[in-house]
Design a protein around this ligand. Structure first.
Ligand SMILES: *[C@@H]1O[C@H](CO)[C@@H](O)[C@H](O)[C@H]1NC(C)=O
Ligand SMILES: *[C@@H]1O[C@H](CO)[C@@H](O)[C@H](O)[C@H]1NC(C)=O
Ligand SMILES: *[C@@H]1O[C@H](CO)[C@@H](O)[C@H](O)[C@H]1NC(C)=O
Ligand SMILES: *[C@@H]1O[C@H](CO)[C@@H](O)[C@H](O)[C@H]1NC(C)=O
Ligand SMILES: *[C@@H]1O[C@H](CO)[C@@H](O)[C@H](O)[C@H]1NC(C)=O
Ligand SMILES: [Ca+2]
Length: 269
């Protein structure tokens, strides 16, 4: 019947979408990524950055991609239970989805940095869209991807997200891209925190594993599943408030309709 055909088309388009969301930057072995060892609480080796990354006033030359869903600068971390931001702790951290991920049986954690090519063009366009009037040009992009990674002890789950670091001149940005995020009973945390928590951000709803799947349809930049942050901490980011629109998308007859739920403001400094 017509109904079953349209249902099949819908299911087909949903399954295509779930393979690789359009917001994802290139990743995986086809993109030439370096792949982390499959390990419950493992990390990359130290990654020397091809350009220094400015994170709220601190300039980093190296980074680690930790399998449990987050980036650290000074040392690798095997912590599988996130602490809550703001922690007023002693490290800078960028958490795409800090929780007990485990890719021994399922999923790939990988990363790559770029200093030329289409990825820079795309990053330049994305940042100028999200942060108009900066006349920004990306000169370096770092992409870390957790693709279809299982949670510890929940070996049939698949969770996909990316953390993209972008810099040019003395501007720096973080994009978080969320695909399918499986429900979990483990503690979770998404956002970033700094030494002594002078700057931090927690993505709304991201501390509840039961509602974590909503990361795929929320945004601060009108792009479902994408969050964008300016993180250099330079003078420009102290000029007033950045108004952000937090959208959720509602399911109705298998179609996603945008619904404006909230408008959030935060002081971008
Ligand atoms: C924007 O940046 C480019 C290259 O950095 C520069 O050539 C151009 O003059 C800038 N435009 C404005 C309006 O500042
Ligand atoms: C963090 O706070 C402690 C205690 O107030 C202080 O001693 C330390 O210098 C601060 N660290 C940084 C990097 O500001
Ligand atoms: C977590 O999310 C679920 C589903 O949205 C909700 O029922 C539950 O009350 C939430 N728990 C907390 C502690 O916020
Ligand atoms: C970039 O850094 C220079 C000094 O290194 C400073 O004068 C300038 O204000 C900075 N620009 C921004 C946008 O932070
Ligand atoms: C968000 O997306 C997920 C997965 O598509 C869906 O199950 C959920 O109902 C959505 N939540 C909202 C609030 O739209
Ligand atoms: Ca783990």
């Amino acid at each position: 019947s017509v109904n079953s055909i349209s249902l099949k088309i819908l299911l087909f388009s949903f399954s295509v979408f779930s393979l690789t969301p359009a917001i994802f930057y290139p990743f995986g072995s086809v993109a030439g990524d370096t792949i982390n060892a499959a390990d419950d609480d493992g990390s990359s080796s130290v990654i020397q950055l091809l350009r220094p990354f400015l994170f709220f006033g601190r300039r980093y030359q190296q980074i680690y991609v930790n399998n449990n869903g987050y980036l650290t600068f000074n040392q690798a971390s095997n912590e599988f239970v996130p602490y809550s931001f703001p922690a007023r702790g002693s490290q800078d951290i960028i958490a795409g989805l800090w929780t007990d991920l485990d890719n021994r049986l399922r999923g790939v954690v990988s990363y790559r940095q770029y200093t030329s090519g289409n990825v820079l063009t795309r990053a330049t366009r994305d940042i100028n869209t999200h942060f108009p009037n900066l006349n920004f040009t990306a000169s370096w992009v770092f992409i870390a991807t957790w693709n279809k990674v299982a949670y510890f002890d929940l070996t049939s789950t698949e969770t996909s997200f990316q953390v993209v670091l972008i810099s040019g001149r003395n501007f720096s940005f973080v994009l978080m891209n969320y695909g399918d995020i499986a429900v979990t009973g483990h503690p979770v945390q998404a956002g970033y925190d700094t030494i002594n928590s002078t700057h931090y951000f927690v993505i709304p709803e991201s501390i509840n594993g039961s509602s974590i799947s909503n990361l795929r349809n929320s945004s601060n930049v009108n792009v479902p599943g994408q969050w964008a942050f300016g993180v250099d901490g330079g003078p420009k980011s102290n000029k007033g408030n950045l108004i952000t629109h937090y959208h959720q998308f509602v399911h109705h007859h298998n179609v996603l309709y945008p619904e404006i739920i909230l408008q959030r403001c935060w002081s971008y400094n």
